[in-house]
Design a protein around this ligand. Structure first.
Ligand code: ATP
Ligand code: MG
Length: 352
């Protein structure tokens, strides 16, 4: 029997709750498909930080290196600044394993109301490919600084040919596979160096994918159009900052943070990729047993697809779709139900 080794970092708050709940569903799906997922748990996160002053141990990356993939719940704590969680755990893993594709599907499922009037099941279905290792979040050799006079601050962005080509190419490949089209997001009118460079690379790479139509959109227009005409998007490729912002719009117009999955992907086998629900640790509902586990289950579906176990990945995705479509099925309060996390995963297991 095939067996995969997955490192699991439940993290904080509802991260722990949804990870535990999700695992029971994943194990069932794997058993049905005839393979095994062996998980190793790492209790890293803000508690580790409050105890020891670090989000994960110094050799954290080395300990994760040999795994096929990584699953993360959520990290965050009201008393720990966001930049500590980001720079202490998320960014080192994304950068350390060169997970340059942040992949976020945005699907409006049957049974879920979009806040946008007139949109129903299947009307919204696009995926964002966000550059995940450089761009506006890169450090450019210490050039960014606060002025000595405290009257200025400099923050740069780094766009490399290698970094831009590979995210653009990954997005084109996805668009070709979906037999769809690609929207490239920039701000080339204002950022005449980095974003014009990006546009040039999109034009070059597009010659490798003659079947894929490309649309170029300025990020402000894109923010507007994601609300005005979300049904027309298919694959979206964007820089680190723009992708970050647009994916939050995507999560909202498709219903709930509790439904949004994501992957930080290093294509190929050289490094593990990391999959995680988009939502945070949600301290307001922790311990209530009502955290929505569906974003976690959908993220596991992406993780299994990435391992090549697409039958099991599809089974998980379909179980979620079927559950949401069924009015009498249990659902958590964030999507209008009264059920708890456990009821939802028990129902999912029964659908597999
Ligand atoms: P963090 O500081 O870790 O980002 P957060 O409180 O900001 O945590 P978010 O994920 O940003 O958490 O979510 C905002 C709010 O949305 C939460 O406070 C919670 O009420 C709700 N929410 C998020 N995820 C879920 C979920 N899986 N199930 C139910 N409600 C959720
Ligand atoms: Mg948050």
């Amino acid at each position: 029997m095939d067996s995969y080794e997955v490192a699991v970092i439940p993290g904080d708050g509802i991260g722990v709750e949804v990870v535990d709940a999700g695992l029971s569903v994943v194990e069932r799906a794997a058993a049905d498909a005839g393979f095994e997922v062996e998980t190793t748990r790492f209790d890293w996160g803000t508690e580790h930080y409050l105890d020891r002053g670090e989000m994960m141990p110094d050799d954290g990356l080395d300990r994760l290196r040999g795994f096929d993939n990584i699953f993360l719940g959520a990290v965050g704590h009201p008393e720990v600044p966001d930049h500590v969680t980001l720079h202490g755990l998320l960014l080192p893993i994304r950068k350390g394993f060169d997970q340059y594709v942040c992949k976020r599907p945005n699907v409006l499922f049957e049974g879920i109301d979009s806040p946008l009037r007139g949109y129903g099941p299947g009307d919204i279905d696009f995926v964002v490919y966000r550059e995940n290792t450089e761009g506006e979040y890169a450090s450019v050799g210490g050039r960014e600084h606060r002025g000595f006079d405290h009257e200025t601050a400099v923050q740069s962005a780094l766009f490399t040919r290698r970094g831009t080509e590979r995210i653009v190419r990954a997005a084109f490949r996805a668009a070709a596979e979906r037999e769809g089209h690609l929207t490239s997001i920039t701000k080339s009118n204002a950022q005449a160096h980095s974003m014009v460079f990006w546009d040039d690379i999109v034009a070059e790479v597009s010659t490798e994918f003659p079947s894929v139509d490309v649309e170029r959109l300025l990020v402000d227009a894109a923010a507007m159009d994601l609300i005005r005409r979300p049904h027309e998007f298919d694959v979206v490729v964007a820089s680190n900052l723009f992708g970050d912002i647009l994916t939050d719009i995507g999560a909202q117009i498709t219903g709930s943070m509790g439904l949004a999955p994501s992957g930080n992907v290093h294509p190929g086998d050289a490094n593990p990729s990391m999959f995680e629900p988009v939502h945070g640790s949600a301290p307001d509902i922790v311990g209530d047993g009502v955290a929505n586990p569906l974003a976690t289950v959908l993220s596991w579906s992406m993780l299994l697809d990435d391992l090549g176990e697409t039958a099991a990945g599809d089974a998980l995705w379909s179980a979620v779709v079927d559950q949401l479509a069924e009015e009498s099925a249990p659902r958590t309060p964030d999507i209008g139900g009264t059920a708890g996390t456990e009821d939802v995963v028990a129902d999912l297991r029964s659908r597999l």
